[in-house]
Ligand binder design. Sequence first.
Ligand SMILES: NC(=O)c1ccc[n+]([C@@H]2O[C@H](COP(=O)([O-])OP(=O)(O)OC[C@H]3O[C@@H](n4cnc5c(N)ncnc54)[C@H](O)[C@@H]3O)[C@@H](O)[C@H]2O)c1
Length: 470
Amino acid sequence: MKNNRRNFLKLSGLTGLGVAGAGALKGFAQEPANNLIKHFDRKPPMQRFNMCDYAAPRLDKVRVGIIGLGDRGPGHLEGLVKIEGVEIKALCDVRPEAANSAKKSIDGYGHKPVIYSENSESWKKLCERDDIDVVYICTPWDMHTPMALYAMEHGKHAFVEVPIALTIEDCWKLVETSERTKKYCRMMENACYGSLTTLNMVRMGYFGEIVHGEAGYLHNLVERYFFNKNQYWDMWRLKNNARAVGDLYPTHGLGPVAQIMDINRGNSMDFMVSMSTNDFTLAAKAKELAAKDDFFKPFADLSYRGNMTTTIIRTKKGQTIKLGHDTSSPNIHSDWFKIIGTKGTVFDDPKRISNGGEKWLSEEEAKAIEKKYEPGIIKKMGELAQKAGGHGGVDFLQNWFMVDRLRNGLPLDQDVYDAAAWSVIVPLSEWSVTNHSSPVKIPDFTYGSWITNKPFDISLKEGGNTKVKV
Ligand SMILES: NC(=O)c1ccc[n+]([C@@H]2O[C@H](COP(=O)([O-])OP(=O)(O)OC[C@H]3O[C@@H](n4cnc5c(N)ncnc54)[C@H](O)[C@@H]3O)[C@@H](O)[C@H]2O)c1
C-alpha cells in the first residue's frame, strides 16, 4: 500500500478529527509546545528605553575613530573621507603597519588621524578620547561586543561590523547598554542597501502579503581566504570555522529579508530550526596543506563546521524565512534572496520579478517597474554610490546615509534590536544543529515593543543634504 497523504491520515488514526482536529494539528505543527522548544530566557524585567526610532542629538561634524584596519576598515575609511562633515580623528590596529598604511591612503583629504598601535588594548584609548562621536569596529568577530560596549560606556555611538555578537548573553548586553547610554549600537549590515527598491515595492503592496523569504551567504572562501596566510589577522576566520558549527554569518542574508518582513517593527521572529551537512572540505584541505607546510599543522586535526547550514525561521505573523550559509563549497558568490508574496515574487542575483503569473517578467518590464518604485534614497544617491564603490555601491550608500542621519539628528534605519536579532542566529543555529535540529525560540530583544515600533523611512523626506566629494 502506498503511503500517500490519504493513507497517512488513516494510518495515524486522524481521519475522524474533523474541522476542530485539523485546527489542533495545524496549531501544533506551527507552534511547538513549550516542552518541545528550547527557550534561552534571560530577559531583563523591562525595557529601559526604546532605541527604535530614537534620534540622538544632531552632530555638526561626525568625528570618527576606526578600530581594525585589515580588509574591511580601510573600505569604510575610503568612503567616509568623501562625505561632507566627517573628520577622521583616530585609527587603531594592533599591527602598526595596517594603521599607518590606512592613514597614508587618505593623504590629501585633510584628515590627521592619531594612530593607536601600541598593544592589543590600545583601542581603549581611542574609545576614551573626548573628541570622537562614532567608533567603527572592524575587528574579528569575538572582539565586536567588548569593543562596542566599551565605546558606548565612553559616550560613543558604536558602528560594528557583522555579526555584532556570538552569544545570546552578549546580544542582551548590547541591548541593555545601548538603552542605558542612549548611544546607537548599529551593525553595519551593508547588504540591506542592495534591496531598498524591493523593500519599497513590498511596502507599496506590489507583492501583496509576504509569505516567505529565502536568502543567505554562499561564498567559497577556502583557498583565497580561510587558508591564505596573508588574508586574515591570526587566521581568525579559519579558527572560527573550527570553533563553532551552524550559521556563522547570517546577517547578509537575513538583514534584507528581516526589513522586508518588518521584523522588530510590526513583526518578530518567533522560533527556528537549523540543520548542517558534514564538513566535506575544510578538514581535508587542512590535512593536505599540513603535509606540505608546517604552518598548517595546528589546523590538521581539528574538526570543522559542515559545508552547508540551512536555517528555517518562523515569524510571529506566520511567514517563513530560509537562510543558507556555505563558505566551503565551490559556490558562485551570491548574497541571493527570494521573496514570495500573495501577488508576486522577486528573486535577486540575477534580478527577476513576477507579478503573480507563471513566468518572470521580461528584463525591460522588470527594469521599468523597479524604476517606478525606487525609494527617495536610491533616486538621490543610487548612481553616485555606484560610482563611489564598495560592494557595488552599498558600502558608500550606508556610510553616507549614516553620516547624513547623524548630521540631521534623525533616527537610524538599523538599531540595536536588529543587530541582536540578526546576530543571535549564530548561537541559536549552533544549538539547533548540535541538538538534532530541535526548535529554539528566538529572543525578543524589543521586549514586545515590536508590536508598536514603526518601519523606518527610506523616502529621504527629511535630511539628504549631506554633500559628497567624488
Ligand atoms: N560587511 C561586509 O561586507 C564585510 C566584508 C568583509 C568583512 N566584514 C567584517 O569585518 C570584520 C573584519 O574583517 P576583515 O576581513 O577586515 O578581517 P582582517 O583580519 O583583515 O582585519 C581585522 C583587523 O583587526 C586587527 N586587530 C586584531 N586585534 C586587534 C586589537 N586587539 N586591536 C586593534 N586591532 C586589532 C587586525 O590586525 C586586522 O588588521 C569582520 O567582522 C568581518 O566579518 C564585513
